[in-house]
Design a protein around this ligand. Structure first.
Ligand SMILES: [Zn+2]
Length: 435
């Protein structure tokens, strides 16, 4: 069994350690004892053990990006300055030309960006998922890819999507364990009631998570209330969709009753602050209330058309500063809780034993290079990592026990940049956005 030894690495709680990875798990964590080989290192002799000298590194769990649309990397920078609904019209026009090749290279670009910024797992909501799956599998990241229901109220389209989703669920049973499959309801204003009801039953039957956009804008909240007489949360809840397997993106416009519903059912709410700011959707995410009600709060970027990058560490910084500002209280979102929201909470929401550096957990680890000004003085590592540094501090990324980046180099990155660029302009030319 291949093994990796992280020699003398520091952890956020203090102290230096030797962390041994065997297969895809953290096999042991021992106090660093100079260059002497620890007892556990001798065990399993005959294994190929790669030692990484970590004297300048801290080890942190890989981050979880719990809401994105990965191949949207290809529409990065398009339709700036628009609000959500007119912005969506322009994005959807380009997306109507998406094909397998574009999805494959767009997803690879997204995965490359996530690797470079310390993310080891993402929850995705996008089209043509076999191509996304191929890209994720080749690059070695962990992901949960969802089949997206979006019918615009067209009964024939709704029927076809149900069929396609059933076929995809069967195909996904053959995916590697690193890649999970889920169902997505784009939003309650883009999916007919019949398919919302069907999705609840299908997810229950097959034990699937459900991703959804929920209460993102004031308009969405008001439109649903005008149409049905109740909120988007109540609309989802009507079909039994709000439960521990429900992963809702945004949740910005929630009443006290909505928060109580999400919390009491143990649902997950993903905060995507940079996207919310860019689309002028709002910024008063009620972290404290959701946490106290029992909801799991995670962090996401949303797609790069709105966020504009996939850098969870940057999203953490914006989240923290805005929570402290609008609450006028730095205790409103303690930094250790934010870090948990970006790691362990994501793992729990997806039912994965990751998001923590402990013996027996999956080996999803980022090595942070602290030999740089942002980490001096090394008085409070988490504060420096979230607030002072930028994500180029991620030197090495290990996912599922495999090194995906070392010395900031990722295999095949030049080809990914070239092919993604080529495909993005091909789509924009087809959509008449550029010549
Ligand atoms: Zn989204």
């Amino acid at each position: 069994m291949d093994a990796i030894l992280l020699k003398g690495v520091r952890l956020a709680g203090g102290g230096k350690y030797d962390i041994r990875i065997e297969g895809n798990k953290i096999a042991s964590i021992n106090k660093y004892d100079g260059d002497k080989a620890p007892e556990t290192q001798k065990a399993g002799s005959g294994a190929d053990c790669r030692t990484i000298d970590c004297k300048n590194f801290y080890a942190v769990p890989g981050l979880f990006n719990m809401h994105t649309h990965s191949a949207m990397t290809l529409v990065r920078g398009v339709a700036k300055g628009e609000r959500l609904h007119s912005w969506l019209d322009q994005i959807w026009q380009i997306e109507s030309y998406l094909d397998d090749e574009a999805i494959y290279w767009g997803t690879k670009l997204a995965v490359l960006e996530m690797i470079k910024t310390g993310t080891t797992c993402f929850a995705d909501m996008y089209w043509r998922i076999p191509q996304a799956m191929r890209a994720v599998d080749e690059m070695g990241l962990r992901a949960n890819l969802s089949y997206v229901l979006l019918d615009g109220g067209d009964p024939e389209k709704a029927r076809l999507q149900r069929k396609e989703c059933e076929a995809m669920e069967k195909e996904a049973r053959g995916w590697p364990s690193r890649v999970g499959f889920s169902l997505a309801i784009h939003a309650d204003y883009t999916v007919c009631d019949e398919n919302m009801e069907w999705a609840a039953g299908f997810a229950r039957e097959h034990g699937l998570k459900i991703q959804a956009h929920l209460s993102e804008t004031e308009k969405e909240m008001r439109d649903t209330i005008a149409r049905y007489g109740f909120s988007p949360v109540a609309h989802f809840d009507k079909y039994g969709l709000i439960n521990k397997d429900f992963i809702a993106a945004h949740g910005l416009w929630l009443s006290d009753t909505d928060i109580e519903t999400l919390g009491s059912r143990g649902a997950t709410v993903v905060h995507n602050i940079n996207s919310n700011l860019m689309l002028s959707s709002g910024y008063k995410f009620k972290y404290k209330e959701l946490r106290d009600a029992g909801a799991t709060v995670c962090i996401g970027t949303d797609g790069t058309a709105s966020s504009d990058n996939l850098d969870i560490r940057e999203s953490m910084k914006t989240t923290l500063l805005l929570q402290w500002a609008w609450r006028r209280d730095p205790a409103a979102f303690p930094i250790c809780e934010l870090f948990k929201a970006a790691t362990l909470n994501g793992a729990r929401a997806l039912g994965i034993d990751s998001g923590r550096i402990e013996e027996g957990a999956l080996a999803d680890i980022a090595l942070i290079d602290v030999r740089r000004p942002a980490f001096v003085p090394d008085y409070d590592f988490l504060s420096n990592y979230v607030l002072a540094a930028d994500s180029s501090c991620v030197d090495t990324l290990i996912c599922d026990g495999r090194i995906l980046m070392e010395g900031r180099k990722v295999q095949g990155e030049d080809e990914i940049l070239d092919k993604a660029q080529e495909n993005a302009f091909r789509l924009m030319r087809k959509a008449g956005i550029c010549k």
